[in-house]
Design a protein around this ligand. Structure first.
Ligand SMILES: [Zn+2]
Length: 102
């Protein structure tokens, strides 16, 4: 090609020459760039999802239990105990409220 590339802005309809962004409204015009951007956004979304999963599940406790370091294993056991204790206390209070409500 080597000539001018005219792209009609999908947002405002202005014809832009050799531009990635619309000179009138700033809308991204380049199909290639738009794909790159969408790809990047998808990657960021996946990363965010993975981070959220990591925070939500106490899988690090399971990982810690299998650690080759004794201190990490003990720490994992300790935190695992806390998680169980918190759940037990929660269950106790749930039972208590049921008892009081009856
Ligand atoms: Zn525009």
């Amino acid at each position: 090609m080597g000539g001018t590339v005219k792209i009609k802005c999908p947002n405002c309809g202005l014809f832009n020459t050799n531009a990635d962004y619309c000179s009138n409204c700033g809308t991204l015009l380049s199909y290639k760039k738009r794909r790159e951007l969408a790809h990047k956004e998808e990657q960021q979304k996946q990363k965010a999802r993975k981070d959220a999963e990591k925070k939500a599940s106490p899988s690090w406790i399971e990982t810690g239990k299998k650690s080759k370091y004794l201190i990490v294993r003990l720490g994992a056991q300790f935190f695992n105990g806390i998680v169980i204790a918190v759940m037990a206390i929660g269950a106790f209070f749930a039972w208590l409220f049921t008892f009081l409500a009856a």
